[in-house]
Write a protein that binds this ligand. Structure first.
Ligand code: BTN
Length: 263
């Protein structure tokens, strides 16, 4: 069970978890976190957790299916002192933290599809939506929203995405305790954020590379106005995807959706 009592004191890290709000149902925990972040100067480290969302948001304007009683949906407010151009690194750090926690706590072979889809054996188990507010060249606020399919019956999803999706229950053949998992994830995120602020970008990128399932593969990348096909060659120093095109050139992609082509 996720409830107010359990969630409120579930974790207090150096940065993350200074206050944890629990909502039975909300439109989107990211929207709630953005609202709190706008109102409060001292909002860094506040976490918003919901048992269900009525307008859960995915990347690229998609909807994130968020039924009650089964999954994790939460958002963390951060105020990092880094330039906005480096903000994608926060999402990479979060993806590294989530897949590492799933590996060590749940023993599942989780990895990352660029930029931050959490996968198990080629199927999506979770996603991260980062939203940022800036003034000039400064970050006012970053909200990291994480959704993880835990014990959801796969039939709760629309038919067209079922075969590309998995849940921890399917992978472990047993339901997981959502509260324990939430505690582990917040601890992993706190640690990842600390490392990011310490400025070791190379270590972060190496951590991401060691957990990713994208680089080295033939991929199709779709963004809002183009589709490119090539070999995913590397990521840039701020997390951009570098694709070697079949025509010989190289493209740098900042946002989009990757399909990994089987050789
Ligand atoms: C994706 O498209 O892969 C990102 C999904 C992110 C979903 C989470 S659930 C908690 C938070 N609140 C939202 O509305 N979205 C994120």
């Amino acid at each position: 069970m996720l409830d107010q009592e359990t969630v409120r004191n579930i974790f207090k890290g150096e940065f993350i978890g200074k206050e944890i709000y629990f909502l039975e149902s909300t439109e989107s925990t990211n929207d709630k976190a953005l609202e709190i972040g706008k109102k409060r100067e001292d909002s860094e480290g506040i976490v918003v957790v919901a048992d269900s969302q009525t307008k859960g948001k995915g990347r690229l304007g998609r909807h994130w299916i968020s039924p009650p009683g089964v999954n994790l949906y939460f958002s963390v407010i951060l105020k990092p002192d880094i330039p906005p151009i480096e903000a994608p690194l926060i999402t990479l750090a979060a993806a590294v933290a989530v897949s590492s926690v799933l590996r060590t706590w749940k023993g599942v072979p989780a990895d990352i599809k660029w930029p931050n889809d959490i996968m198990i054996k080629g199927k999506k188990v979770g996603g991260i939506l980062t939203e940022m507010r800036t003034s000039g060249n400064e970050i006012d606020l970053v909200v990291i929203g994480i959704g993880l399919n835990v014990n959801m019956p796969i039939g709760d999803l629309p038919e067209d995405i079922r075969s590309a999706t998995t849940t921890l229950e399917i992978e472990k053949d047993a339901p997981s305790d959502r509260a324990g998992l939430l505690r582990g994830l917040l601890a992993g995120l706190d640690n990842a954020y600390k490392n990011l602020l310490n400025g070791n970008k190379r270590a972060l990128i190496n951590g991401w590379l060691s957990l990713n399932c994208t680089i080295g593969n033939r991929v199709i990348v779709r963004d809002s106005n183009r589709t490119i096909t090539g070999i995913a060659e590397n990521i840039g120093q701020n997390g951009e995807l570098i694709v070697k095109l079949e025509s010989g050139g190289t493209e740098v992609v900042n946002a989009g959706d990757v399909t990994i082509l089987k050789n």
